[in-house]
Design a protein around this ligand. Structure first.
Ligand code: FES
Length: 108
């Protein structure tokens, strides 16, 4: 399976290079590395506690948000134009080097 490298900044501003796999949810990669992300609903798009900020330059490389994600993001804290839910981002090779930051409300 194709490896997709992503860079995740935690709430303390520390950056973590993570190795993900195409087809995996970004939330799962962050969680499986042991970084603090609440992701309470386990990826069902029902909690908004996998809130992340995507580096603005990288936004256009992601699949657009569907209605479910847009509605759920409404419940997140401190939503910004580059907010996304990490469980709704399915990694693929076009996302190599993606940079994101853990966002408000994602802390366990
Ligand atoms: S893990 Fe619950 S919305 Fe993403």
């Amino acid at each position: 399976m194709q490896i997709v490298n992503v860079i995740v900044e935690d709430m303390e501003g520390v950056t973590h290079p993570l190795e993900g796999l195409a087809g995996w949810r970004l939330m799962e990669v962050i969680r499986d590395y042991g970084l603090p992300i609440k992701a309470e609903c386990g990826g069902a798009c029902a909690c908004a506690t996998c809130h992340i900020y995507v580096e603005p330059d990288d936004l256009e490389r992601l699949q657009p948000m569907n209605m479910e994600e847009i509605e759920r993001l409404d419940e997140a804290f401190e939503v910004k134009p580059n907010s996304r839910l990490a469980c709704q981002i399915i990694l693929d090779e076009s996302m190599e080097g993606l940079r994101v930051q853990l966002a408000a409300g994602s802390e366990p």
